[in-house]
Design a protein around this ligand. Structure first.
Ligand SMILES: Nc1ncnc2c1ncn2[C@@H]1O[C@H](COP(=O)(O)OP(=O)(O)OP(=O)(O)O)[C@@H](O)[C@H]1O
Ligand SMILES: [Mg+2]
Length: 355
């Protein structure tokens, strides 16, 4: 396989009138390396169905190659973007401190226990918490402050991608591994945020089938980029049942819907507390139904449990420390729903391809 052969294959892909789907001038460059074909298209957006057809055409003709199409910064590797039957899901919330990182870690560990290969990506570029929560503290390989530009712009073949860290059976990647945890990089500006996030998804040698992104609070630059530019299969909301938290989440929801990112459901966190004296369950917040009213289904409810915060500081997540406890049980239910949802999404693509 070489560049000319790839260009010929693309030229042969035509619509019913015989016009090439990807005209010669739309193809900026073609790179062929062992096991990898990267086609860079124009900066102009190319319709998704054209990307899908070009990708499946090249993949079918080039067995043994990972095929990647890039177009105006977006990357497409098949499936929903990250690859066939591979998924990127965002754990998102709106409000700060509602438990997104805690839920992202527990969900990832539970999905891994179900047999998936799972990666956790810390999407909080300015306040990365995942390394601390998982107890991963790599010493080497960090640089203070800046993320080198050439790293951001690089398009690298699979064998030269940066390896994620391994912890508790998960693959883990965080901007905190590149800059020190105490001096996080001031990642502001659309260009930097978008390059960093794309790099952390596409230029890391993930073997995971599911990447769980721990999103930062608010609706800032990272969220904008995730929703617009990352290949999200879906999003899981985390909120408390408080109306204020759900109001913030509603704003994020509107944003997701505007960009056609499907919502898998929500986890209500810190919904109740079991009284340490009489074991009675106490509701901690009013029971807002704002998100449910907006059509988001409840995947599960996690009680307030001090062990969740204590174990987070020790870097040993509770679902591992107490795998038979009620919190682990609730996460198993939540993860089973997520697994079913992802299987349905895969089926939808297969149905669309067969139609
Ligand atoms: N169900 C729970 N019971 C007790 N403590 C919890 C629970 N969920 C989260 N916490 C604790 O609450 C704090 C905030 O949680 P976490 O960092 O996961 O929230 P977050 O939404 O990711 O925050 P941020 O918006 O700052 O990223 C942490 O100290 C965490 O350990
Ligand atoms: Mg967080």
């Amino acid at each position: 396989m070489d560049e000319r052969a790839v260009r010929e294959l693309l030229a042969a892909l035509t619509d019913s009138a015989g016009t090439p789907l990807l005209a010669e001038e739309l193809i900026t460059s073609v790179t062929v390396e062992p096991g990898w074909i990267a086609v860079i298209l124009t900066e102009q957006p190319v319709p998704r169905d054209v990307l899908v057809r070009a990708h499946s055409h090249l993949s079918a003709a080039c067995a043994g190659y990972e095929v990647e199409l890039r177009c105006g910064g977006r990357v497409f590797r098949g499936g929903y973007g990250f690859g066939a039957k591979r998924h990127v899901i965002a754990v998102i919330g709106g409000k700060g401190g509602v438990g997104k990182s805690t839920i992202a870690v527990s969900l990832s560990l539970t999905l891994a226990a179900m047999g998936f290969r799972v990666g956790v990506l810390d999407g909080d570029l300015n306040g990365p918490d995942i390394p601390h929560m998982l107890g991963v503290h790599p010493k080497k390989d960090r640089q203070r402050g800046a993320w080198p530009r050439e790293r951001v712009n690089a398009i690298r073949a699979p064998q030269s991608r940066r390896k994620p860290y391994q912890r508790w059976g998960l693959e883990v990647m965080s901007v905190g591994f590149v800059v020190t945890e105490r001096a996080p990089l001031a990642a502001t500006g659309r260009w930097l945020v978008s390059s960093l996030l794309r790099n952390l998804i596409f230029d890391v040698a993930w073997t995971a089938d599911i990447i769980v992104i721990d999103a930062p609070p608010g609706t800032g630059e990272e969220i904008q980029v995730m929703v617009r530019e990352l290949p999200l299969s879906g999003a899981v909301f985390v909120t408390t049942p408080q109306d204020l938290a759900q109001m913030d989440a509603e704003r994020t929801l509107a944003h997701l819907r505007e960009h056609d990112v499907p919502v898998i459901g929500m986890v209500q966190n810190m919904a109740s507390l079991s009284c340490p004296h009489c074991a009675e369950s106490i509701d901690l917040y009013g029971a807002s139904t704002r998100l449910e009213d907006a059509g988001v289904r409840v995947l599960g409810r996690i009680p307030f449990d001090t062990r969740l915060s204590v174990t987070a500081d020790r870097g040993l997540p509770l679902v591992l420390g107490d795998p038979r406890g009620p919190v682990a049980y609730e996460f198993a239910r939540i993860s089973a729903s997520v697994r079913r949802w992802l299987a349905d999404r895969d089926q939808q693509l297969l149905d669309a391809a067969a139609a």
